[in-house]
Design a protein around this ligand. Structure first.
Ligand code: NAD
Length: 398
């Protein structure tokens, strides 16, 4: 009997987990060995991170142990950091040795794009991982505590968020909800706290209709958020940010939410990339490498107009399942299917009980959109961990 083929999946995010679950479910015993390599032994819900970042939720809620969702009899879990892919040798170099593969699914996610803006990498915070958001939360609390040591330093109570895309706006919504409690806990006058959102484009929330953008901005403005639109962040220092019109905003906290790029591992491995992302073929394979599938934030899938779909959890999940099915087809010598993304819409939360959503012909605001957001989240949790995971993670949400 032929040796089972080695399928290696890199990354346990929104693309990698659905890929492994589909492989586990569909492969016959002994048909292939599946190995999932991930930096942590847990999966985290990236689209929830704005809450623990602002401190409105526990970080633990945004994660689930891999051993709770992956069947260890069907897939081996390796907690390692991927350094490089050697497509000629068909190996993956990690911090703890080299892993060979027959077929590789790369789902390593994205990373913040700083566009070379001086000082951002050194001085700004990024809503990127569970570890990075714990850091933001702790820093925010510390700003209040430090202000109480020297109340002349009001800049400690200024929070600048760069970028008014979904990441920036969802974070601001939570932060605005958290500030009143922080002010009470630390005996701080709320009038001293500033949340400033700096956005280079003339409007916030690209992709949403003007009526929904207006709703979101009015709501956040009522919670005290100051918007500076059409104004890029030009520089970041330990003291604050310099923005487009030359103004320097002194701030104790700068959170950068100006966009994401693909994972550097792909460039480092010699793949041709656009901002770290690889334009994959219709089967989700890397050009010239039929044994390498690239999915999630490090891939680019073109829509019918030849434009890239923006990276999102939604497309990553669909790519994960589709890539797994194509890997199985490849192993079985069958025809692969072209990937067709079914875009279902976007919902952005604006803090507790508030959201905006654009789904098909429907435009939702307020509670209805917030409920829809919960339904979308519950659906994902059910997919990866059944009803038990939904109950464990979403108790108190509905
Ligand atoms: P984004 O690219 O969508 O938004 C970044 C924003 O930063 C843009 O509006 C851009 O104009 C702005 N910007 C860039 N450079 C700037 C500068 N120098 N100064 C000021 N502003 C600047 O990035 P994101 O919000 O991190 O989202 C990344 C991807 O993830 C998107 O495709 C998004 O749709 C997706 N996402 C989805 C959800 C959701 O579905 N709820 C949540 C978060 C992210």
């Amino acid at each position: 009997m032929a040796e089972p083929k080695k399928i290696v999946v890199l990354g346990a995010g929104y693309a990698g987990i659905p890929a492994v679950l589909t492989l586990q479910k569909s492969l016959r015993d002994g048909e292939a060995d599946i190995t999932l390599i991930n930096k942590h032994d847990y999966h985290y819900f990236t689209t929830w991170l704005h809450k623990p970042a602002a401190g409105t939720d526990r970080p633990e809620r945004s994660r689930v142990d891999l051993s709770d969702i992956i069947d260890p009899r069907k897939a081996a879990l390796l907690k390692r950091t991927v350094r490089r892919i050697d497509t000629a040798a068909k190996t993956v170099e990690t911090d703890e040795g080299v892993i060979p593969y027959d077929v590789l699914i790369v789902a390593l996610g994205g990373q913040p794009e700083t566009f070379g803006i001086p000082g951002l990498a050194e001085h700004a915070f990024f809503i990127r991982s569970l570890n990075s958001v714990r850091f933001i939360r702790e820093h925010i609390d510390r700003q209040f505590a430090q202000f109480k040591q020297d109340e002349s330093r009001t800049e400690r109570l200024t929070f600048v968020v760069g970028g008014a895309g979904l990441t920036g706006i969802e974070f601001i919504g939570e932060l605005a909800d958290r500030i009143p409690k922080l002010c009470r806990d630390y005996d701080v006058d709320p009038a001293l706290v500033k949340i400033i959102n700096v956005e280079a484009a003339p409007a916030a929330l690209p992709g949403f209709e003007a009526s929904l953008v207006d709703y979101a901005m009015n709501l956040l403005a009522r919670k005290g958020v100051i918007f500076k639109l059409g104004t890029p962040v030009k520089k970041c220092t330990s003291e604050g940010v310099e923005i487009g019109d030359g103004e320097f905003i002194r701030a104790g906290t700068v959170v950068w939410a100006g966009g994401i790029r693909g994972n550097r591992v792909l460039e480092d491995s010699g793949f041709e990339t656009v901002r770290g992302r690889v334009v994959v073929n219709p089967y989700l394979q890397a050009p010239g490498h039929d044994d390498v599938f690239i999915i999630g934030d490090s891939s680019i899938v073109l829509n019918d107009q030849g434009k890239p779909w923006p990276p999102s959890g939604q497309i990553a999940i669909q790519q994960g399942e589709a890539a797994a099915r194509n890997v199985i087809a490849l192993l079985r010598g069958r025809e692969m299917a072209t990937f067709k993304y079914v875009y279902r819409g976007t919902v952005a939360s604006l803090g507790k009980g508030e959201a905006i959503g654009s789904v098909g012909k429907y435009r939702l605001k307020g509670t209805a959109a917030a409920i829809l957001k919960n339904v979308v989240d519950a659906r994902y949790l059910f997919k990866i961990g059944g009803a038990g995971l939904v109950v464990r993670k979403m108790s108190g949400f509905f």
